[in-house]
Write a protein that binds this ligand. Structure first.
Ligand SMILES: [Fe+2]
Ligand SMILES: [Fe+2]
Length: 500
């Protein structure tokens, strides 16, 4: 269960979502009429007048299909409908794919249609299950529209005239594309997906052509197979062309966008590398740890990794005040503990502002403010206690929150502290790492840091085990070797020395 599911789905949300569906229904009808207009040319009005019942049939079927989409989301993930941009995203994908299929089918060849495009766009922009479901609706929609746009041809030749094949291809190739494309993370893998989708596509075309064995061995079959191969590649190429547009329009964080944001060329990371090298190295390690934890919990691995890269960018304002960037001189020695705590504390808010100013995803900014929750800055609180004889208000030495609101923010909070704690251990034996990780999680639980996110005890146990095994692997066992000194007078054994 996520945080969202605890909210109520209000009447306002219901009315708004239905209104947006109705708007999109009329938009889809307009697209259908536009396609008739292009196909029938000057006879457009005649065609519609002659086939008025078919128009009603089509309008009715499309209406039912859209309500199936509505009901799917209503029963499967209601809060998806609460965001209007989600509804428009579904329909924009649908509209674009219908129009592209129409143009390619009409002006190139029916087999050149990018039939798997909708499935792939939905997979990367919405989700895996959504993609399978939306592709089924798309296949049926395409079939109905094909019949509607050329009803006279349909009556004369039946469903064999490209309409049935395109329905079959959309359903089979699209579903296949979702399974294959799921693990694609680079542009080349996307193109590879396109090539693999060609397999079922060519098989279907081959089967359809066999059924017409009188004309099977002619050039037409070869051309259809070539167009079928082209269509599969077009699905991948159009996906690469449209993804960035949709990502920006709807601020969707696809795996590709997240990968771009974690590349060293990313502006803010470049600054981190040159101005706060220590923080950058620390963030990389935290990202590695967060990635392992997210994977163990079935959370979005790429999102966890990317958010961890940016969790400490707020330190860019005064990098030298943070230990990982200091060499031998500690600037805090000249400051009061209160001022020091103030500088340390501000890196969460500074991170938020910096991430927002660089137009980076809001989620990164949230993780930056939440990753220390409302924890005390122990070092300077202890220093203040030592320096005063009266009471010290711990709140003056604590982060201002908010506490982590997502599982990923909680993972980063724990991974961050564990990385820092393990780095400062002189003996990184399994027992010591285990003790440190356990203490960090326990302290955060005692200080109620997970009260605003849906993390379970079981999740925390998984995180603990993952971090222990990752951290002991990361800072591998240091092997002791004899420290022998060779000199003119002979060899002297200075005892064991730790090998870095
Ligand atoms: Fe931090
Ligand atoms: Fe950190």
């Amino acid at each position: 269960m996520t945080m969202g599911e605890e909210r109520a789905f209000t009447g306002g949300m219901l009315a708004k979502s239905i209104f947006n569906f109705v708007c999109n229904y009329f938009l889809l009808l307009a697209i259908a009429l536009f396609m008739v207009f292009l196909k029938q040319g000057g006879d457009y009005a005649d065609y519609l007048a002659k086939n008025l019942p078919v128009l009603f049939f089509t309008a009715g079927c499309l209406f039912l299909l859209l309500w199936i989409i509505y009901l799917y989301y209503f029963f499967e993930k209601k809060f998806f409908l609460a965001e209007m941009k989600n509804i428009w995203l579904i329909f924009l994908i649908l509209d674009v794919c219908i129009l592209l299929a129409f143009f390619m089918g009409n002006y190139v060849d029916v087999y050149a249609r990018p039939v798997a495009l909708l499935a792939l766009l939905a997979l990367f922009l919405i989700g895996y299950r959504d993609a399978i479901f939306l592709n089924i609706v798309f296949a049926v929609t395409m079939f109905i529209l094909d019949v509607f746009v050329e009803y006279d041809v349909y009556v004369a030749t039946g469903v064999t005239n490209g309409m049935f094949p395109s329905f079959m291809l959309t359903f089979i190739a699209g579903t296949f594309a979702v399974f294959i494309g799921k693990s694609a993370k680079t542009r080349n893998q996307i193109l590879g997906t396109g090539a693999i989708i060609a397999l079922p596509t060519l098989a279907i075309i081959f089967l359809l052509k066999i059924s017409d064995y009188a004309n099977f061995a002619d050039m037409d079959t070869l051309l259809s197979l070539l167009f079928g191969f082209g269509g599969s590649l077009f699905s991948a190429v159009f996906l690469l062309a449209f993804l960035p547009i949709f990502e920006n329009m709807f601020s969707v964080l696809t795996v590709f966008r997240l990968r771009e944001l974690t590349a060293p060329e990313s502006k803010l990371l470049k600054r981190l590398i040159s101005e706060a090298r220590g923080t950058f190295n620390h963030s990389m390690t935290v990202a590695q740890l967060a990635e392992s934890c997210a994977s163990a919990l079935g959370e979005n691995v790429e999102l966890a990794r990317a958010a961890a890269y940016y969790h400490d960018v707020g330190k860019l304002r005064q990098p030298d005040f943070f230990t990982e960037n200091q060499t031998d001189h500690n600037l805090h020695d000249e400051l009061t503990p209160e001022l020091s705590a103030d500088i340390i504390r501000s890196h969460t808010k500074d991170g938020y502002h910096l991430i927002t100013a660089y137009h980076l995803p809001k989620f990164f900014a949230e993780v930056a403010t939440e990753h220390h929750g409302t924890l005390p800055i122990k070092y300077f609180y202890a220093k203040a206690l030592r320096m005063s004889d009266g009471e010290i208000n711990v709140e003056n030495y604590s982060y201002q929150g908010p506490k982590p609101k997502s599982k990923i923010a909680a993972i980063i909070m724990i991974a961050d502290a564990c990385e820092a704690a393990t780095r400062s251990l002189t003996d990184r034996s399994v027992e010591n790492v285990e003790r440190a990780v356990h203490a960090i999680i326990q302290e955060r639980m005692d200080l109620n840091q997970f009260s605003e996110c849906q993390i379970t005890m079981n999740d925390l146990t998984v995180i603990k085990q993952t971090l222990i095994s990752a951290l002991t692997g990361l800072y591998h066992h240091r092997i002791k070797y004899p420290d022998l000194r060779f000199s003119r007078s002979g060899v002297e054994d200075k005892g064991g020395k730790v090998n870095d």
